[in-house]
Design a protein around this ligand. Structure first.
Ligand SMILES: [Zn+2]
Length: 345
């Protein structure tokens, strides 16, 4: 399996995450990639390629122009305002003040464009996010051209929490959504996105909620108990033309693979019925039993079976990296999934 990867992810090296009232070193850290790269090498998964550059236009095909400009300029504006820490939102439009006006001052503007405050922006964040999208797009191009049936885009930062005009949950640009749009623009009639990260792919859902050309399915921790808390319920089915093209499988704390796999079986049936031309998997290894910020109970071996089951769809498949924070095991679990998907494990 070919792997697309860029060292530019290291530009995303923020020092702080707001967690439990403390500013801690972020769970989403560059070392995650080192463990995945080591596992790719040790187990001979495939050849690593650098990304091409598809330009800013491929990102604004999904994301709001003002939002992309904000991501690009936020850190400079934050510094110009004289703030000493990394850029973190502290106020945003909420239920009792649902404004759509964008403040001028960066402390207000950052709130407008964020959905949660754990994720800080710092030097290099915009550049790393841009390259992460290009890593995903380079994989999508190979799938679109039919030259490969399986590609792994080793993206960092991840993307599935980012909506058209909001970042958060460690995500800035929605890599899976950007590639789905790219594949559509290249001629695919129908794309399915299967999100198996522990967390609900709220950004991806929001982006395609009113569309029937991109099917979205997410298996995740029940939002009653898990981030992002305010989206990902079973009764969110889509709207307008998109009605019936959104599937959520919220699962309870301590869910083992035997239960998780029942949701997967249903999701795979829906994808088969839909008749997608290609599949994008938003893969997160944070369903792992020892993940520090999640609550499912999947073992390392379960990831092999997960890959094998998804392979039974016989669809061209682009896997895009999302989360996974048990850093020392993230490589083993990710490569287990990919070898299962490839049918060689
Ligand atoms: Zn996650």
């Amino acid at each position: 399996m070919d792997i697309i990867y860029s060292e530019d992810h290291r530009l995303r090296a923020s020092k702080t995450e707001l967690y439990g009232g403390e500013l801690l070193p972020p769970f989403e850290c560059p070392e995650r990639m080192d463990y995945i790269l080591a596992a790719i090498r040790d187990r001979g998964l495939g050849t690593i390629h650098s990304p091409k550059d598809f330009g800013r236009e491929a990102i604004t095909a999904i994301h709001d122009e003002g939002f992309v400009t904000f991501i690009e300029t936020c850190w400079q504006e934050w510094q110009d305002a004289g703030f000493k820490g990394e850029a973190i939102a502290s106020a945003w439009p909420s239920r009792s003040m649902p404004s759509t006006r964008i403040p001028n001052f960066i402390d207000g503007k950052i709130g407008y464009y964020t959905l949660a405050s754990e994720t800080s922006i710092s030097a290099g964040t915009a550049e790393a996010a841009y390259t992460s999208a290009q890593v995903a797009l380079t994989g999508a191009e190979q799938i679109s051209q039919g030259s490969q049936q399986r590609i792994f885009s080793l993206c960092r930062p991840p993307g599935h929490h980012a909506s058209k005009d909001q970042y958060g949950g460690y995500c800035f640009y929605n890599n899976a959504a950007i590639t789905a749009q790219y594949m559509r623009d290249q001629g695919a009639a129908k794309i399915a996105i299967l999100d198996v990260d522990f967390h609900h792919g709220n950004g991806t859902q929001a982006i395609f909620y009113d569309r029937d050309d991109v099917l979205f399915l997410s298996i995740h921790g029940d939002p009653a108990d898990a981030f992002p808390y305010f989206l990902g319920h079973e009764d969110e089915k889509g709207e307008g033309k998109g009605m019936g093209y959104n599937f959520n499988y919220p699962l309870a704390p301590k869910t083992p693979y035997s239960t998780w796999a029942l949701a997967l079986a249903d999701a795979l049936n829906q994808i088969s019925t839909y008749g997608a031309d290609a599949l994008i998997v938003s893969f997160g290894a944070d369903t792992f039993e020892y993940d520090p910020i999640s609550f499912f109970k999947l073992t390392s071996n379960d990831f092999i079976d997960m890959g094998r089951k998804i392979a039974t769809l016989h669809l061209p498949t682009l896997t895009v990296m999302e989360g996974g924070y048990a850093v020392e095991e993230v490589g083993t679990n990710t490569v287990n999934f990919l070898l299962g998907l490839e049918g060689s494990s």
